[in-house]
Design a protein. Structure first.
Lengths: 159, 368
Protein backbone atom coordinates (compact mmCIF):
# COMPACT_ATOMS: atom_id res chain seq x y z
CA UNK A 1 0.00 0.00 0.00
CA UNK A 2 1.27 3.46 -0.81
CA UNK A 3 2.14 5.88 1.98
CA UNK A 4 -0.74 8.30 2.55
CA UNK A 5 0.05 11.94 1.83
CA UNK A 6 0.96 14.16 4.84
CA UNK A 7 1.18 11.06 7.05
CA UNK A 8 -2.62 10.87 7.20
CA UNK A 9 -3.95 7.34 6.91
CA UNK A 10 -7.73 7.03 7.01
CA UNK A 11 -7.35 3.32 7.65
CA UNK A 12 -5.42 3.82 10.89
CA UNK A 13 -7.72 5.82 13.15
CA UNK A 14 -5.62 5.17 16.26
CA UNK A 15 -2.43 6.32 14.57
CA UNK A 16 -4.23 9.40 13.30
CA UNK A 17 -5.60 10.13 16.75
CA UNK A 18 -2.13 9.66 18.26
CA UNK A 19 -0.57 12.05 15.73
CA UNK A 20 -3.27 14.62 16.49
CA UNK A 21 -2.74 14.13 20.24
CA UNK A 22 1.03 14.63 19.98
CA UNK A 23 0.66 17.71 17.82
CA UNK A 24 -1.86 19.20 20.26
CA UNK A 25 0.39 18.45 23.23
CA UNK A 26 3.35 20.03 21.52
CA UNK A 27 1.34 23.17 20.90
CA UNK A 28 0.17 23.18 24.51
CA UNK A 29 3.69 22.58 25.77
CA UNK A 30 5.04 25.52 23.78
CA UNK A 31 2.36 27.92 24.92
CA UNK A 32 2.50 26.83 28.58
CA UNK A 33 6.30 26.95 28.67
CA UNK A 34 6.10 30.48 27.30
CA UNK A 35 3.43 31.33 29.85
CA UNK A 36 5.45 30.20 32.89
CA UNK A 37 8.29 32.40 31.67
CA UNK A 38 6.32 35.61 32.09
CA UNK A 39 6.28 38.28 34.77
CA UNK A 40 2.63 37.54 35.49
CA UNK A 41 3.36 33.89 36.21
CA UNK A 42 6.28 34.88 38.44
CA UNK A 43 3.84 36.94 40.46
CA UNK A 44 1.45 34.00 40.56
CA UNK A 45 4.22 31.71 41.86
CA UNK A 46 4.99 34.28 44.55
CA UNK A 47 1.30 34.54 45.43
CA UNK A 48 1.07 30.73 45.65
CA UNK A 49 4.01 30.70 48.01
CA UNK A 50 2.50 33.50 50.11
CA UNK A 51 -0.76 31.58 50.33
CA UNK A 52 1.09 28.44 51.41
CA UNK A 53 3.07 30.36 54.02
CA UNK A 54 -0.02 32.21 55.27
CA UNK A 55 -1.70 28.90 55.99
CA UNK A 56 1.27 26.89 57.17
CA UNK A 57 2.67 29.59 59.50
CA UNK A 58 -0.15 29.69 62.07
CA UNK A 59 -0.75 25.93 61.74
CA UNK A 60 2.90 25.13 62.36
CA UNK A 61 3.02 27.51 65.31
CA UNK A 62 -0.11 26.04 66.90
CA UNK A 63 1.08 22.46 66.40
CA UNK A 64 4.52 23.30 67.74
CA UNK A 65 3.13 24.96 70.88
CA UNK A 66 0.75 22.10 71.52
CA UNK A 67 3.41 19.46 70.95
CA UNK A 68 5.90 21.23 73.18
CA UNK A 69 3.38 21.34 76.02
CA UNK A 70 2.37 17.72 75.44
CA UNK A 71 5.95 16.45 75.25
CA UNK A 72 6.94 18.43 78.36
CA UNK A 73 4.04 16.89 80.29
CA UNK A 74 5.01 13.44 79.05
CA UNK A 75 8.61 14.20 80.05
CA UNK A 76 9.80 13.67 76.49
CA UNK A 77 12.27 15.88 74.62
CA UNK A 78 10.84 18.46 72.23
CA UNK A 79 11.85 18.80 68.58
CA UNK A 80 14.15 21.71 69.39
CA UNK A 81 15.89 19.68 72.07
CA UNK A 82 16.40 16.76 69.68
CA UNK A 83 17.74 19.15 67.02
CA UNK A 84 20.16 20.66 69.54
CA UNK A 85 21.33 17.19 70.50
CA UNK A 86 21.81 16.26 66.84
CA UNK A 87 23.86 19.43 66.30
CA UNK A 88 26.07 18.53 69.23
CA UNK A 89 26.55 15.03 67.87
CA UNK A 90 27.49 16.43 64.47
CA UNK A 91 30.08 18.69 66.10
CA UNK A 92 31.56 15.68 67.88
CA UNK A 93 31.65 13.83 64.56
CA UNK A 94 33.57 16.71 63.01
CA UNK A 95 36.10 16.66 65.81
CA UNK A 96 36.47 12.90 65.53
CA UNK A 97 36.99 13.19 61.78
CA UNK A 98 39.71 15.79 62.28
CA UNK A 99 41.33 13.68 65.00
CA UNK A 100 41.25 10.66 62.69
CA UNK A 101 42.99 12.72 60.00
CA UNK A 102 45.64 13.90 62.45
CA UNK A 103 46.14 10.34 63.66
CA UNK A 104 46.56 9.18 60.06
CA UNK A 105 49.17 11.89 59.49
CA UNK A 106 51.04 10.91 62.65
CA UNK A 107 50.94 7.23 61.69
CA UNK A 108 52.39 8.12 58.30
CA UNK A 109 55.16 10.15 59.93
CA UNK A 110 56.03 7.37 62.37
CA UNK A 111 56.16 4.87 59.51
CA UNK A 112 58.46 7.16 57.51
CA UNK A 113 60.74 7.64 60.50
CA UNK A 114 60.84 3.91 61.18
CA UNK A 115 61.72 3.26 57.56
CA UNK A 116 64.44 5.96 57.69
CA UNK A 117 66.08 4.35 60.77
CA UNK A 118 66.09 0.78 59.50
CA UNK A 119 69.13 0.00 57.29
CA UNK A 120 68.08 -1.02 53.85
CA UNK A 121 69.77 -3.65 51.65
CA UNK A 122 71.49 -0.82 49.78
CA UNK A 123 72.85 0.62 53.03
CA UNK A 124 74.19 -2.84 54.05
CA UNK A 125 75.84 -3.26 50.64
CA UNK A 126 77.60 0.10 50.94
CA UNK A 127 78.81 -0.71 54.45
CA UNK A 128 79.99 -4.15 53.30
CA UNK A 129 81.95 -2.60 50.46
CA UNK A 130 83.59 -0.03 52.75
CA UNK A 131 84.50 -2.75 55.27
CA UNK A 132 86.03 -4.80 52.47
CA UNK A 133 88.12 -1.80 51.45
CA UNK A 134 89.33 -1.35 55.01
CA UNK A 135 90.17 -5.06 55.21
CA UNK A 136 92.17 -4.83 52.02
CA UNK A 137 94.10 -1.83 53.33
CA UNK A 138 94.81 -3.68 56.59
CA UNK A 139 96.01 -6.70 54.67
CA UNK A 140 98.28 -4.48 52.60
CA UNK A 141 99.60 -2.81 55.74
CA UNK A 142 100.22 -6.17 57.38
CA UNK A 143 102.18 -7.24 54.35
CA UNK A 144 104.56 -4.25 54.49
CA UNK A 145 105.00 -4.10 58.31
CA UNK A 146 107.72 -6.80 58.80
CA UNK A 147 110.13 -5.17 56.33
CA UNK A 148 109.55 -1.77 57.98
CA UNK A 149 110.41 -3.19 61.35
CA UNK A 150 113.56 -4.75 59.94
CA UNK A 151 114.56 -1.47 58.39
CA UNK A 152 113.90 0.42 61.63
CA UNK A 153 115.78 -2.11 63.71
CA UNK A 154 118.67 -1.86 61.35
CA UNK A 155 118.74 1.90 61.61
CA UNK A 156 118.47 1.80 65.38
CA UNK A 157 121.27 -0.82 65.51
CA UNK A 158 123.51 1.37 63.44
CA UNK A 159 122.87 4.31 65.76
CA UNK B 1 -4.67 17.71 -0.31
CA UNK B 2 -6.93 16.77 -3.21
CA UNK B 3 -9.46 14.00 -3.05
CA UNK B 4 -7.45 12.06 -5.59
CA UNK B 5 -4.44 12.01 -3.17
CA UNK B 6 -6.42 10.44 -0.30
CA UNK B 7 -5.85 6.76 0.41
CA UNK B 8 -8.90 4.61 -0.28
CA UNK B 9 -10.87 3.37 2.68
CA UNK B 10 -9.91 -0.21 3.44
CA UNK B 11 -12.28 -1.62 6.07
CA UNK B 12 -10.30 -4.81 6.46
CA UNK B 13 -7.10 -2.94 7.23
CA UNK B 14 -8.89 -0.53 9.54
CA UNK B 15 -10.32 -3.46 11.53
CA UNK B 16 -6.90 -5.07 11.67
CA UNK B 17 -5.37 -1.86 13.09
CA UNK B 18 -8.11 -1.55 15.68
CA UNK B 19 -7.72 -5.16 16.80
CA UNK B 20 -3.98 -4.68 17.09
CA UNK B 21 -4.52 -1.64 19.30
CA UNK B 22 -7.07 -3.47 21.47
CA UNK B 23 -4.64 -6.33 21.92
CA UNK B 24 -1.85 -3.91 22.84
CA UNK B 25 -4.08 -2.07 25.28
CA UNK B 26 -5.09 -5.33 26.96
CA UNK B 27 -1.46 -6.32 27.41
CA UNK B 28 -0.54 -2.82 28.55
CA UNK B 29 -3.33 -2.65 31.11
CA UNK B 30 -1.73 -5.40 33.15
CA UNK B 31 1.60 -3.59 33.17
CA UNK B 32 -0.13 -0.29 33.97
CA UNK B 33 -1.89 -1.90 36.93
CA UNK B 34 1.38 -3.31 38.21
CA UNK B 35 3.08 0.07 37.99
CA UNK B 36 0.14 1.91 39.56
CA UNK B 37 0.10 -0.46 42.52
CA UNK B 38 3.88 -0.35 42.97
CA UNK B 39 4.21 -4.05 42.18
CA UNK B 40 7.01 -3.44 39.75
CA UNK B 41 10.21 -1.78 40.82
CA UNK B 42 13.53 -1.21 39.15
CA UNK B 43 16.76 -1.42 41.12
CA UNK B 44 19.02 1.63 40.74
CA UNK B 45 22.64 2.29 41.76
CA UNK B 46 23.66 -1.34 41.41
CA UNK B 47 27.42 -1.13 40.72
CA UNK B 48 29.26 -2.78 43.66
CA UNK B 49 30.77 -0.27 46.07
CA UNK B 50 31.98 0.17 49.62
CA UNK B 51 31.39 3.03 52.01
CA UNK B 52 34.76 4.39 53.07
CA UNK B 53 33.78 7.50 55.01
CA UNK B 54 30.79 9.01 56.75
CA UNK B 55 30.21 12.32 58.43
CA UNK B 56 26.80 13.49 59.60
CA UNK B 57 24.47 12.49 56.69
CA UNK B 58 27.27 12.43 54.12
CA UNK B 59 28.71 9.24 52.74
CA UNK B 60 31.71 8.64 50.51
CA UNK B 61 31.65 5.52 48.37
CA UNK B 62 34.45 3.77 46.53
CA UNK B 63 33.45 1.58 43.60
CA UNK B 64 35.26 -1.72 43.27
CA UNK B 65 37.63 -1.61 40.29
CA UNK B 66 36.67 -3.69 37.26
CA UNK B 67 40.05 -3.91 35.52
CA UNK B 68 43.41 -5.39 36.63
CA UNK B 69 45.74 -3.05 38.59
CA UNK B 70 48.14 -2.55 35.67
CA UNK B 71 45.30 -1.11 33.54
CA UNK B 72 44.12 1.39 36.14
CA UNK B 73 44.56 5.14 35.83
CA UNK B 74 46.76 6.66 38.53
CA UNK B 75 44.50 9.64 39.20
CA UNK B 76 41.24 8.86 41.03
CA UNK B 77 38.02 10.74 40.26
CA UNK B 78 35.41 12.07 42.68
CA UNK B 79 31.82 12.55 41.50
CA UNK B 80 29.76 15.26 43.18
CA UNK B 81 26.08 15.81 42.48
CA UNK B 82 23.62 18.51 43.52
CA UNK B 83 22.16 18.90 46.99
CA UNK B 84 18.55 18.42 45.87
CA UNK B 85 18.59 15.01 44.16
CA UNK B 86 20.15 11.66 44.86
CA UNK B 87 23.60 11.00 43.34
CA UNK B 88 22.77 7.55 41.97
CA UNK B 89 21.94 9.28 38.70
CA UNK B 90 25.65 8.64 38.02
CA UNK B 91 24.95 4.93 38.35
CA UNK B 92 21.33 4.63 37.25
CA UNK B 93 21.15 1.10 35.87
CA UNK B 94 23.58 -1.57 34.69
CA UNK B 95 24.32 -0.72 31.07
CA UNK B 96 23.26 2.88 31.60
CA UNK B 97 25.76 3.90 34.24
CA UNK B 98 28.50 6.52 33.97
CA UNK B 99 30.21 4.96 36.99
CA UNK B 100 30.31 1.58 35.27
CA UNK B 101 31.72 3.24 32.13
CA UNK B 102 34.53 4.92 34.10
CA UNK B 103 35.36 1.71 35.95
CA UNK B 104 35.63 -0.19 32.68
CA UNK B 105 38.11 2.45 31.49
CA UNK B 106 40.32 1.92 34.51
CA UNK B 107 39.39 4.80 36.81
CA UNK B 108 39.28 4.65 40.58
CA UNK B 109 35.80 6.09 41.12
CA UNK B 110 34.56 7.76 44.29
CA UNK B 111 31.05 9.15 44.79
CA UNK B 112 30.01 11.70 47.39
CA UNK B 113 26.45 11.43 48.67
CA UNK B 114 25.37 14.55 50.58
CA UNK B 115 22.54 12.62 52.24
CA UNK B 116 19.15 13.92 53.31
CA UNK B 117 19.45 16.95 55.59
CA UNK B 118 17.56 17.06 58.86
CA UNK B 119 16.41 20.17 60.71
CA UNK B 120 19.75 20.21 62.49
CA UNK B 121 21.40 20.84 59.10
CA UNK B 122 19.20 23.80 58.15
CA UNK B 123 21.94 26.32 58.93
CA UNK B 124 24.50 24.86 56.52
CA UNK B 125 25.25 27.03 53.50
CA UNK B 126 27.50 26.81 50.44
CA UNK B 127 30.57 27.69 52.47
CA UNK B 128 29.94 24.65 54.65
CA UNK B 129 29.37 22.33 51.70
CA UNK B 130 32.29 23.62 49.61
CA UNK B 131 34.91 24.33 52.24
CA UNK B 132 34.00 22.29 55.28
CA UNK B 133 32.43 19.05 54.06
CA UNK B 134 33.89 18.57 50.59
CA UNK B 135 37.55 18.98 51.71
CA UNK B 136 37.00 16.36 54.41
CA UNK B 137 35.56 13.92 51.86
CA UNK B 138 38.52 14.63 49.58
CA UNK B 139 40.91 14.02 52.46
CA UNK B 140 39.25 10.64 53.05
CA UNK B 141 39.51 9.81 49.35
CA UNK B 142 43.18 10.79 49.22
CA UNK B 143 43.82 8.64 52.25
CA UNK B 144 41.98 5.67 50.80
CA UNK B 145 43.50 5.88 47.32
CA UNK B 146 46.98 6.78 48.53
CA UNK B 147 47.07 9.49 45.85
CA UNK B 148 47.30 13.21 46.48
CA UNK B 149 46.27 14.31 42.99
CA UNK B 150 42.70 13.72 41.89
CA UNK B 151 40.05 14.63 39.33
CA UNK B 152 36.63 15.93 40.29
CA UNK B 153 33.36 16.12 38.40
CA UNK B 154 30.53 18.34 39.62
CA UNK B 155 27.06 18.33 38.09
CA UNK B 156 24.41 21.04 38.43
CA UNK B 157 24.62 22.63 41.91
CA UNK B 158 27.39 20.10 42.57
CA UNK B 159 29.36 21.95 39.87
CA UNK B 160 28.88 25.23 41.75
CA UNK B 161 30.17 23.59 44.93
CA UNK B 162 33.27 22.12 43.27
CA UNK B 163 33.96 25.42 41.50
CA UNK B 164 34.04 27.22 44.86
CA UNK B 165 36.31 24.50 46.22
CA UNK B 166 38.64 24.74 43.23
CA UNK B 167 38.87 28.51 43.63
CA UNK B 168 39.52 28.41 47.36
CA UNK B 169 41.75 25.30 47.59
CA UNK B 170 43.83 25.40 44.38
CA UNK B 171 46.82 23.71 46.01
CA UNK B 172 45.10 20.71 47.54
CA UNK B 173 45.76 18.25 44.73
CA UNK B 174 42.96 18.96 42.26
CA UNK B 175 44.40 18.19 38.83
CA UNK B 176 41.33 17.92 36.58
CA UNK B 177 37.98 19.63 37.02
CA UNK B 178 34.89 18.71 35.00
CA UNK B 179 31.83 20.95 35.26
CA UNK B 180 28.56 19.55 33.96
CA UNK B 181 25.70 21.99 33.28
CA UNK B 182 27.09 24.32 35.92
CA UNK B 183 24.94 27.21 37.21
CA UNK B 184 27.52 29.93 37.89
CA UNK B 185 26.69 33.19 36.13
CA UNK B 186 23.29 34.70 36.86
CA UNK B 187 23.84 38.07 35.20
CA UNK B 188 21.20 37.40 32.53
CA UNK B 189 18.02 37.89 34.51
CA UNK B 190 15.85 37.00 31.52
CA UNK B 191 17.98 33.98 30.68
CA UNK B 192 16.06 31.36 32.62
CA UNK B 193 12.61 30.82 34.03
CA UNK B 194 14.08 30.23 37.48
CA UNK B 195 15.73 33.65 37.29
CA UNK B 196 12.35 35.22 36.56
CA UNK B 197 10.65 33.42 39.43
CA UNK B 198 13.33 33.94 42.05
CA UNK B 199 14.43 37.43 41.13
CA UNK B 200 11.16 39.04 42.00
CA UNK B 201 10.19 40.60 45.27
CA UNK B 202 7.16 38.30 45.16
CA UNK B 203 9.21 35.28 46.17
CA UNK B 204 9.47 35.43 49.95
CA UNK B 205 12.50 33.23 50.47
CA UNK B 206 13.19 34.42 54.02
CA UNK B 207 9.76 33.46 55.31
CA UNK B 208 9.91 30.13 53.47
CA UNK B 209 13.18 29.23 55.17
CA UNK B 210 12.05 30.59 58.54
CA UNK B 211 8.92 28.45 58.56
CA UNK B 212 10.25 25.22 57.13
CA UNK B 213 13.93 25.22 58.10
CA UNK B 214 14.84 23.19 55.05
CA UNK B 215 12.92 23.85 51.85
CA UNK B 216 10.71 20.78 51.34
CA UNK B 217 11.61 18.51 48.45
CA UNK B 218 8.03 18.78 47.18
CA UNK B 219 8.47 22.55 46.69
CA UNK B 220 11.69 22.01 44.75
CA UNK B 221 10.09 19.25 42.65
CA UNK B 222 7.09 21.44 41.90
CA UNK B 223 9.39 24.24 40.74
CA UNK B 224 11.39 21.91 38.52
CA UNK B 225 8.31 20.37 36.95
CA UNK B 226 6.56 23.69 36.37
CA UNK B 227 9.39 24.77 34.07
CA UNK B 228 7.86 22.41 31.49
CA UNK B 229 4.43 21.57 32.86
CA UNK B 230 2.98 19.71 29.90
CA UNK B 231 6.04 17.51 29.37
CA UNK B 232 6.42 16.72 33.09
CA UNK B 233 2.81 16.25 34.11
CA UNK B 234 1.35 14.73 30.94
CA UNK B 235 3.94 13.96 28.26
CA UNK B 236 6.06 11.63 30.35
CA UNK B 237 3.05 9.47 31.30
CA UNK B 238 1.82 9.34 27.71
CA UNK B 239 5.25 8.18 26.66
CA UNK B 240 5.00 5.40 29.20
CA UNK B 241 1.47 4.49 28.08
CA UNK B 242 2.54 4.26 24.45
CA UNK B 243 5.36 1.87 25.38
CA UNK B 244 3.80 -0.29 28.06
CA UNK B 245 4.23 -3.35 25.83
CA UNK B 246 7.96 -2.74 25.59
CA UNK B 247 9.67 -3.99 28.78
CA UNK B 248 12.99 -2.27 28.01
CA UNK B 249 11.34 1.14 27.67
CA UNK B 250 9.21 0.56 30.77
CA UNK B 251 12.28 -0.39 32.78
CA UNK B 252 14.20 2.69 31.63
CA UNK B 253 11.20 4.92 32.36
CA UNK B 254 10.76 3.47 35.83
CA UNK B 255 14.43 3.92 36.68
CA UNK B 256 14.35 7.53 35.58
CA UNK B 257 11.05 8.15 37.34
CA UNK B 258 12.45 6.64 40.53
CA UNK B 259 15.26 9.17 40.43
CA UNK B 260 13.12 12.14 39.36
CA UNK B 261 10.69 11.64 42.24
CA UNK B 262 13.40 10.88 44.81
CA UNK B 263 14.01 14.48 45.82
CA UNK B 264 15.86 15.84 48.81
CA UNK B 265 15.07 18.88 50.97
CA UNK B 266 17.25 21.90 50.18
CA UNK B 267 19.10 22.95 53.37
CA UNK B 268 17.53 26.24 54.43
CA UNK B 269 20.59 28.49 54.68
CA UNK B 270 22.00 27.10 51.43
CA UNK B 271 18.69 27.73 49.64
CA UNK B 272 18.49 31.30 50.91
CA UNK B 273 22.08 31.90 49.79
CA UNK B 274 21.32 30.26 46.43
CA UNK B 275 18.39 32.60 45.78
CA UNK B 276 19.81 35.81 47.21
CA UNK B 277 23.59 35.67 46.66
CA UNK B 278 23.66 33.62 43.47
CA UNK B 279 20.42 34.21 41.54
CA UNK B 280 19.64 37.75 42.61
CA UNK B 281 23.06 39.28 43.28
CA UNK B 282 25.32 37.11 41.08
CA UNK B 283 28.07 37.45 43.65
CA UNK B 284 30.25 34.59 42.43
CA UNK B 285 30.86 36.02 38.97
CA UNK B 286 31.06 39.58 40.23
CA UNK B 287 33.78 38.65 42.74
CA UNK B 288 31.62 39.57 45.68
CA UNK B 289 31.00 36.14 47.16
CA UNK B 290 32.78 35.99 50.51
CA UNK B 291 33.76 32.74 52.18
CA UNK B 292 36.17 32.20 55.07
CA UNK B 293 36.62 35.99 55.06
CA UNK B 294 37.97 35.99 51.51
CA UNK B 295 36.53 36.64 48.07
CA UNK B 296 35.83 33.49 46.09
CA UNK B 297 37.78 34.32 42.95
CA UNK B 298 37.44 31.83 40.11
CA UNK B 299 40.66 33.23 38.64
CA UNK B 300 42.40 31.14 41.32
CA UNK B 301 41.28 27.94 39.60
CA UNK B 302 44.36 26.35 38.06
CA UNK B 303 43.18 22.78 37.50
CA UNK B 304 42.67 21.57 33.94
CA UNK B 305 39.07 22.46 33.15
CA UNK B 306 36.44 20.76 31.01
CA UNK B 307 33.13 22.62 30.94
CA UNK B 308 30.27 20.59 29.49
CA UNK B 309 27.00 22.31 28.60
CA UNK B 310 23.77 21.01 27.07
CA UNK B 311 22.17 22.87 24.19
CA UNK B 312 18.59 22.17 25.36
CA UNK B 313 19.12 22.74 29.06
CA UNK B 314 16.02 24.52 30.35
CA UNK B 315 17.10 24.29 34.01
CA UNK B 316 20.60 25.75 33.65
CA UNK B 317 20.65 27.72 30.39
CA UNK B 318 24.00 27.97 28.63
CA UNK B 319 24.47 31.62 29.55
CA UNK B 320 24.90 30.53 33.18
CA UNK B 321 27.72 28.11 32.37
CA UNK B 322 29.75 29.63 29.54
CA UNK B 323 31.29 32.78 30.94
CA UNK B 324 33.51 31.03 33.49
CA UNK B 325 35.81 30.04 30.62
CA UNK B 326 37.11 33.61 30.36
CA UNK B 327 37.55 33.98 34.08
CA UNK B 328 39.43 30.91 35.34
CA UNK B 329 43.19 30.84 35.70
CA UNK B 330 43.48 27.37 34.14
CA UNK B 331 45.86 27.20 31.19
CA UNK B 332 44.29 23.99 29.94
CA UNK B 333 40.56 24.60 29.50
CA UNK B 334 37.91 23.37 27.10
CA UNK B 335 34.21 24.00 26.52
CA UNK B 336 32.00 21.31 24.99
CA UNK B 337 28.40 21.84 23.96
CA UNK B 338 26.41 18.64 23.63
CA UNK B 339 22.97 17.94 22.27
CA UNK B 340 20.51 17.20 25.03
CA UNK B 341 18.94 18.45 28.20
CA UNK B 342 20.11 19.07 31.75
CA UNK B 343 19.96 15.41 32.73
CA UNK B 344 19.55 13.84 29.30
CA UNK B 345 23.14 14.47 28.26
CA UNK B 346 24.35 12.01 30.91
CA UNK B 347 21.63 9.38 31.04
CA UNK B 348 19.84 9.61 27.72
CA UNK B 349 20.20 6.93 25.10
CA UNK B 350 23.01 8.85 23.42
CA UNK B 351 25.05 9.52 26.57
CA UNK B 352 27.18 6.40 26.25
CA UNK B 353 27.95 7.31 22.63
CA UNK B 354 28.61 11.04 23.01
CA UNK B 355 29.07 12.61 26.44
CA UNK B 356 30.80 9.76 28.25
CA UNK B 357 33.46 8.98 25.60
CA UNK B 358 34.19 12.71 25.15
CA UNK B 359 34.73 13.25 28.85
CA UNK B 360 36.70 10.05 29.24
CA UNK B 361 39.01 10.94 26.34
CA UNK B 362 39.70 14.38 27.85
CA UNK B 363 40.26 12.91 31.28
CA UNK B 364 42.39 10.03 30.05
CA UNK B 365 44.97 12.40 28.51
CA UNK B 366 45.26 14.17 31.85
CA UNK B 367 45.24 11.17 34.15
CA UNK B 368 48.63 9.70 33.39
Amino acid sequence: MTQPPNGFDPNDPIGTWRAWRDASLEAWAKSLTAMVNTETFSQAIGAQLDALLAISGPVQQAVQQYMERYLAQAQLPSRNEVVTLAERLTNIEFRLDDMQAQLDELTDLVRKLAVAQTPTAVDVGVIDERLRGIEEQLTALAAVRPSGRTRKATTEDKE
Amino acid sequence: MTSSDAAPIDLERMTEQLLKEIERTTKSSDMAARIATNRIRVAVGQTPKEQIWALNKMRLYHYYPQVPPEQRKPVPILLVFALINRPYIFDLRPGNSFVEFLLQHGYEVYLLDWGRPGLEDAHYDFEDYSLKFLPRAIRAMQRHSGKREFSMLGWCIGATIVTIYAAMRPDDGLRNLILLTAPLDFSDKEGSTFSRWLNTEYYNVDELVRQFGNVPAAVIEYGNKMLKPVENYIGTYLKLWDNLDNPAVVEAWLAMNTWVTDNVDFPGAAFRQWVVEFFRENRLMENRLMMEGRVVDVANIRANLLNVIADKDHIVPNCQSRSIMDRVGSKDKKLIELKGGHIGIMVGSGASKRAWPLMEAWLSERST
